[in-house]
Design a protein around this ligand. Structure first.
Ligand SMILES: CC(C)(COP(=O)(O)OP(=O)(O)OC[C@H]1O[C@@H](n2cnc3c(N)ncnc32)[C@H](O)[C@@H]1OP(=O)(O)O)[C@@H](O)C(=O)NCCC(=O)NCCS
Length: 167
């Protein structure tokens, strides 16, 4: 398994992955193909977003891919925090292909993302999840997360917040 950057050669695999999610909201949102006029248009928009653009802080996006070049999971690493990310989004967002869940891939992609964070000198990494997202909380704890105070959003959704010392 390896992390790879989204490029044109992944168009078909990325489309298949998104199709498997059906109508569920894509997590992380940076991998949604909706509202793009073709894959090159998506890649161009992603590159703009990754550089940092108003609302968006600089970020890096990767697929977790197996030996058969099947995309198993996706991760968005935000290099810094603004108020929204500090309270709600955290540094790292990830999602796993519905048919590949509960096989350890979220735990693995977060571990791989933490290595990328290290290269970016991010030595204290915030990862969050919804209060009812038991699976995601386990993924964070599996990677050394230490729980901080929770944050309640305007819609009463409660976010659990965890720091990972990435030394
Ligand atoms: C949450 C999510 C990332 C978990 O991915 P995953 O690949 O199934 O996670 P893992 O296989 O690494 O599982 C980690 C642990 O959580 C447990 N787990 C996973 N999904 C679970 C669920 N729905 N309910 C209870 N436990 C769950 C696993 O059994 C495992 O337990 P263990 O560490 O005791 O063995 C995946 O379900 C997903 O993509 N959900 C939609 C997007 C999302 O919620 N992203 C996270 C945003 S914070």
């Amino acid at each position: 398994m390896r992390l790879v950057r989204p490029t044109l050669e992944w168009e078909k695999e990325h489309q298949d992955y998104v199709a498997e999610w059906g109508p569920s909201r894509m997590v992380p949102s940076s991998f949604s193909l909706a509202e793009h006029n073709g894959y090159q248009d998506y890649l161009t928009a992603l590159a703009t977003r990754e550089k940092g653009n108003g609302h968006w802080l600089p970020s890096s996006n990767y697929f977790l891919v197996n030996e058969e070049n099947r995309i198993l999971a996706m991760v968005d690493i935000r290099h810094d925090l603004n108020e929204f990310l500090l309270n709600v989004g955290g540094h790292i967002g990830y999602g796993v292909r519905p048919t590949e869940r509960k096989k350890g891939y979220a735990t693995r992609i977060l571990a791989e993302a933490l290595k990328k964070c290290k290269e970016l000198n991010m030595d204290r990494v915030l990862v969050t999840c919804d209060e009812e997202n038991i699976g995601s909380a386990k993924v964070i704890l599996n990677n050394g997360g230490v729980e901080d105070t929770s944050f309640t959003e305007e819609n009463d959704n409660v976010k659990r917040r965890f720091w990972i010392e990435n030394k």
